[in-house]
Unconditional design. Sequence first.
Length: 251
Amino acid sequence: MKILTIHSFAVHGTASLKAIISLLGTRVLPVPSLFLSGLTNIPGIIKTETQLPEILESTFAISRAREEKLIVYIGYLGNAGQVKLIRRLIEKNRDIIVSIVVDPVSGDHGKMYVPPTVVEAWPGLLEIADWALPNYTELTLLSGAGEKATEEEHLNAFRDKFSSLSYIITSMPHSGQLKLLLHHNGIAQPFTHKKENINFSGTGDIFAAHFIMSYFFRRQSPFQAMRMAAEATHAVIRRSMELGSEDIVLE
């Protein structure tokens, strides 16, 4: 089983495909949605579009020929138009896909950092996904409950909007700690851990990689996989702080 990963690739910084490949190795079939000279919070970066239609279609065709089963993991998109393309090719190849995991990368810390058209397009993939891994900001952007809605209203609206979706919401505000909320088979399970007073780009990708490994390959329960992924991500943050690095360090 392989992990076909549609995500951006940034040269400087540790996030997106660089982080996923570092943690999941040769299991990953990396399909870049966008090339960047650095993470989007680095001044002076440039972005370059990829030949996503041709590369993605060929990747599916090779996997079919090699009789590979796939987990499709989707992260940062280059533009809103990629959603229709990805959905079309997923539907065409659904028989070789074990599961679809969507991280609807849109923003963090209360701010949106992609064009509004990308946020508006994400439901096209969330509707066909098995799992989603939004952070709390992305939950509020996608719930449709409005800017003034309460946390409970956002949670209820998101659950009702994507009623067949299993998901983990990360980075929820919780009295100086970080809270995660798993929703699976109609049951909600929270998990909290210590929050460090620092922000690193790429922690969502690290969480996703560990969750995929734990849940799909080590066959842990969703809650066990969520807890393990959260603890592993926290350990990486602590180690990166100890090294005094401005980027996440994966050793």
